[in-house]
Design a protein around this ligand. Structure first.
Ligand code: TNX
Length: 708
C-alpha cells in the first residue's frame, strides 16, 4: 500500500512541477575527469540522490550578509525550520541570516514555503534556485526540513565548518523535485554496550538528519547495561547501568527522564522519531542483575561486562516468575511509553537460545499486550514473527545473503522462516540485513573496531542492495516479504566491540575511542550509503555514480569535524592515485583473490573484498609502461595462461609478456587490464568463487576494475 501510494504521489509530484526525465549525464555528479564528449560537469553531489534534478539555465544564487530567510507561514514548525537553517549556516558564513515572515519577500532570499500541494506528501519538496532566490516548497514543515538538507549540500563544503570561512557562498541553478522511497529510514545506536552521552546522541542525530534519516532507534537495554531510569525501580540504573562492554564502575551511564526527553525533543526538531528498545526475553542480564525476582532463584546476578550474546533470559519457567516478568514489563514499558511521543516501542526478541517456544511466546504476549495497552505499536527483531503479533506490528529483519540462498530449499534458515511467519501475520518490515546495514561490521581486515560474523561490509556492499530483495532468492525472485509490506530501512550501529584491536578481547592497554569516534568511523561513509538506499528509487541508484558523489562529501565531513573513514574505492578529493604499489582489484563488488594459495598454477577467483594479503596485489611498472601484479600471500605474479577464455593463474614472477598488464583508465574511475593481444581481465560473474579469465573486449561490466 505504502509503496504504491508513494509512487502515485511521486508521479503527481513530477507532473505538478513539470520535471522531465533527465539524461543521465545531467543528473550525475561531476566525474573526476569528464569524458571529452560530456557536457560541463553538473556541480552537485547530492546524497541521497533526488528523484529528479535538472540543471537549469540562469545564474547561481549568492548568499550574502543581506540574505534573508523568508518563511511563508506563521506556523511555529515552519518558522523553526527557518531558524534552524539560519543557525546552521551562521557559523561558517558569519552572516546573521534573519528569519522574516512578511508576505513581501526581500530581494535576496531563501524562501521556505510550506504551502505546497498535498501531493508532495509529508517529506517531499521541490527546490528551485536562481540569481535572486532559492525557493524550497513543501506541504508542511517536515518536507521543508528535508529540502533544507539538500540546500546545505548545494553550498560549498566549507559551509559545514564551525568557524567563519571567508569565501563566496553560492548555490548553482537547479530544479529539484524529491520525495522518499520509504517512510521509515532509521539509524540505531547501541547505547547499551557503549554508552553515548546526551550530547553524543545529539551529534549523531544531526549527522543522520543531514542525510534525511527520520528515525532514531535507541537500543536502551542489553546484557551489558540498562540505560533508562525507571522511577519505580531505581536499582535498574543504580546497578544495571554500572557496566558497559568491558567497563565497570559507572555512576551516570544512563538517561534520566529529563535526558531522554531532551533527546526526543532534539530529534523532533530534526524531524526524527525516537524508537526506544527494551530488549527481551534474552539480552536481559542488566535487568537480572538489578531485579532479583526476575531470576528463577530470586537472586540477583552479578552485573555483566563480557562480550557474548545469548547469555541471559528472564525466568519464564513458572507462573510466579512469569507474573513477575509481566509486572516488570508493565512498569518499564509504561514509563518509557509515557516519555515517547513516537508510535513504536521496540520489544527486542533477538537471540534467546535457551527459551522454549512456549516461553518465547509468553514473553511476546506480555510485551505486546503491555505495548498495545499504552497505545503504541509493537516493533521487534524478526524472531518475533514466530509468535502471535498484534495487527500492524513492525519487524526488523537482519538476515543475510546466506539466508537468501536457503529460500525454497528443504533447509530454509530460521531467519527466513521467522520472516515468513511475520509476513503471514501482515506485519510490516524494516530491512537491516546484517551484511549490508550493520555498521558494526568491519569494512575490511584492517578495520580496528567491530565484528565480521556477517562478513566484511565495504562501502559498496552497504550501498548495493535492494530492500525488496533482502528476503528474496539470489536471483531476486520469490521474496518472502512482499514489497508492499516493506516500511523501510535501518542502519544499525552495534557496539559490542567498540575498541581498537577488536579481533581479540581487550586488555588493560586497549584503546577505547570515544563513542563518537567509534560511531563516526563506522558510520561514515556507510550511513550516507544506507540513507540513499532508503530514499532514492532503486532505478535511480548506481554505485559508480554514488561513489563520485560520496567522494565530494569527504571535505564536508572534514569541515564538520567528522572523523570518517576514508575508505578505499572512493575517489576522495586531494588523494592522488598511483597505480604503482599495493592495491585490491575489484569488479562487480568482488575482489581478485588468489585463494590464499602459495602454489604455482593456482587459478585466480573473485571473492568478497577483505583487503587481506590474498587480495593484495603489488603493481610494479615495467619499462614498456605495463605492470606486473604480485600477490602478497604467494609473492607470485598474475599471468594469462593462454588465449581468450583461459584462466588467470599465479606463477613465479618473470616479467614475460603473459605477466604484463596494460592498465588503462576508463574515465569513470575504473580501469581495464589488458594482457597480450589486448585481451581483457574478465570476471565470470559477480559471485564468490567466480573464475577470472582473459577475454576479448565485450564491454562487460566485469571487465571494469577498480584499483583501490
Ligand atoms: C547480533 S542481530 C545482535 C546484537 C549484537 C550484534 C553484533 C541482533 C538483533 N542482535 O546483539 O550486538 O549481533 O554484530
Amino acid at each position: 500500500m505504502r509503496t504504491s501510494r508513494l509512487r502515485l504521489r511521486l508521479a503527481v509530484l513530477a507532473a505538478v512541477t513539470l520535471v522531465l526525465p533527465l539524461p543521465a549525464a545531467v543528473s550525475q555528479a561531476a566525474p573526476k575527469r569528464p569524458a571529452p564528449s560530456a557536457p560541463s560537469a553538473a556541480p552537485t553531489a547530492l546524497i541521497p540522490k533526488p528523484v529528479s534534478q535538472l540543471t537549469v539555465k540562469g545564474q547561481k544564487f549568492t548568499l550574502t550578509s543581506r540574505t534573508r530567510i523568508a518563511v511563508l507561514s506563521k506556523k511555529a514548525p515552519a518558522v523553526a525550520v527557518g531558524t534552524y537553517l539560519s543557525k546552521t549556516l551562521a557559523p561558517a558564513t558569519g552572516y546573521s541570516l534573519p528569519v522574516v515572515k512578511d508576505k513581501r519577500v526581500p530581494k535576496n532570499a531563501i524562501v521556505l514555503d510550506p504551502n505546497g500541494p498535498k501531493e508532495l506528501g509529508a517529506e517531499g519538496y521541490t527546490l528551485l534556485s536562481g540569481k535572486q532566490r532559492v525557493v524550497v516548497k513543501a506541504h508542511g514543515a517536515e518536507g521543508l526540513f528535508r529540502g533544507v538538507q539538500t540546500l546545505r549540500q548545494l553550498l560549498p563544503a566549507a559551509v559545514e565548518s564551525g568557524t567563519r570561512q571567508s569565501r563566496a557562498w553560492t548555490v548553482p541553478p537547479v530544479k529539484i523535485s524529491d520525495g522518499p522511497r520509504y517512510g521509515y529510514r532509521g539509524v540505531m545506536l547501541d547505547v547499551a554496550r557503549r554508552f553515548f552521552t546526551v550530547s553524543q546522541v545529539k551529534r549523531y542525530i544531526d549527522q543522520a538528519a543531514a542525510y534525511k534519516m527520520n528515525t532514531l532507534h535507541l537500543h536502551l537495554t542489553d546484557d551489558q547495561g540498562w540505560r533508562i531510569a525507571i522511577d519505580e525501580i531505581p536499582d535498574l540504573t543504580k546497578i544495571g547501568a554500572s557496566t558497559q562492554s568491558g567497563h565497570t564502575g559507572g555512576t551516570d551511564w544512563y538517561y534520566t527522564a529529563e535526558d531522554y526527553k531532551e533527546i526526543v525533543s532534539y530529534a523532533k526538531s530534526r524531524f526524527m522519531t525516537v524508537v526506544p528498545e527494551i530488549d527481551g526475553p534474552g539480552h536481559t542480564w542488566s535487568a537480572l542483575a538489578s531485579v532479583p525476582k526476575l531470576n528463577c532463584d530470586d537472586k540477583a546476578r552479578t552485573p555483566y561486562t563480557g562480550f557474548d550474546v545469548g547469555v541471559s533470559l528472564y525466568c519464564l519457567s513458572d507462573a510466579q516468575h512469569t507474573a513477575n516478568m509481566t509486572d516488570f514489563l508493565k512498569t518499564v514499558i509504561k514509563a518509557v511509553a509515557d516519555l515517547t511521543p513516537g508510535p513504536y516501542i521496540h520489544v527486542g526478541g533477538d537471540e534467546t537460545p535457551q527459551a522454549t517456544p512456549e516461553q518465547y511466546a509468553t514473553y511476546v504476549k506480555a510485551a505486546s499486550e503491555t505495548t498495545t495497552a499504552q497505545k503504541k505499536t509493537v516493533m521487534g527483531w524478526h524472531q518475533l514473527g514466530q509468535a502471535e503479533l498484534p495487527a500492524g506490528s513492525l519487524m526488523q529483519y537482519w538476515g543475510e545473503e546466506d539466508d537468501r540462498e536457503t529460500i525454497g530449499t528443504s533447509k530454509e534458515s530460521e531467519k527466513i522462516r521467522f520472516a515468513r511467519d511475520g509476513a503471514a501475520q501482515k506485519a510490516k518490515f524494516v530491512m537491516s540485513p546484517s551484511d549490508h546495514a550493520y555498521l558494526d561490521m568491519k569494512y575490511d581486515v584492517s578495520t580496528p573496531y567491530g565484528l565480521s560474523w556477517s562478513g566484511y561490509v565495504p562501502v559498496q556492499r552497504s550501498y548495493e542492495w535492494d530492500p525488496t530483495t533482502a528476503t528474496a532468492k539470489l536471483d531476486g525472485t520469490g521474496s518472502v516479504v512482499p514489497a508492499d509490506q516493506i516500511a523501510g530501512v535501518e542502519a544499525a550501529l552495534w557496539a559490542d566491540r567498540a575498541y581498537e584491536g577488536s579481533n581479540a578481547l581487550p586488555t588493560p592497554a586497549t584503546r577505547w575511542p570515544s563513542a563518537t569516534e567509534y560511531a563516526e568511523y563506522m558510520s561514515f561513509p556507510r550511513l550516507p550509503a544506507l540513507a540513499e538506499v532508503g530514499w532514492t528509487p532503486q532505478a535511480g541508484r548506481d554505485w559508480k555514480n554514488f561513489r563520485q558523489r560520496l567522494a565530494q562529501h569527504g571535505p564536508r565531513w572534514t569541515a564538520a569535524g567528522i572523523g570518517y573513514h576514508p575508505a578505499p574505492g572512493i575517489p576522495w578529493p586531494g588523494t592522488v592515485k598511483t597505480v604503482e604499489g599495493a592495491h585490491s582489484v575489484v569488479t562487480g563488488g568482488k575482489a581478485l583473490d588468489n585463494r590464499g594459495s602459495t602454489s604455482d598454477g593456482t587459478a585466480m577467483v573473485l571473492y568478497a573484498p577483505n583487503r587481506g594479503s590474498n587480495q593484495t596485489w603489488t603493481f610494479t611498472k615495467q619499462s614498456d609502461g605495463t605492470y606486473t601484479l604480485t600477490n602478497k600471500t604467494s609473492g607470485k605474479c598474475a599471468q594469462a595462461s593462454g588465449g581468450a577464455g583461459t584462466a588467470i593463474v599465479q606463477r613465479a614472477c618473470n616479467s614475460e609478456a603473459a605477466q604484463r598488464w596494460k592498465v588503462t583508465e576508463r574515465g569513470d574511475g575504473d580501469y581495464t587490464l589488458a594482457s597480450t593481444g589486448g585481451l581483457l581481465l574478465t570476471g565470470a560473474s559477480a559471485t564468490n568463487g567466480a573464475a577470472v579469465t582473459v577475454q576479448e573486449n565485450t564491454g562487460s561490466p566485469l571487465q571494469s576494475w577498480s584499483i583501490d
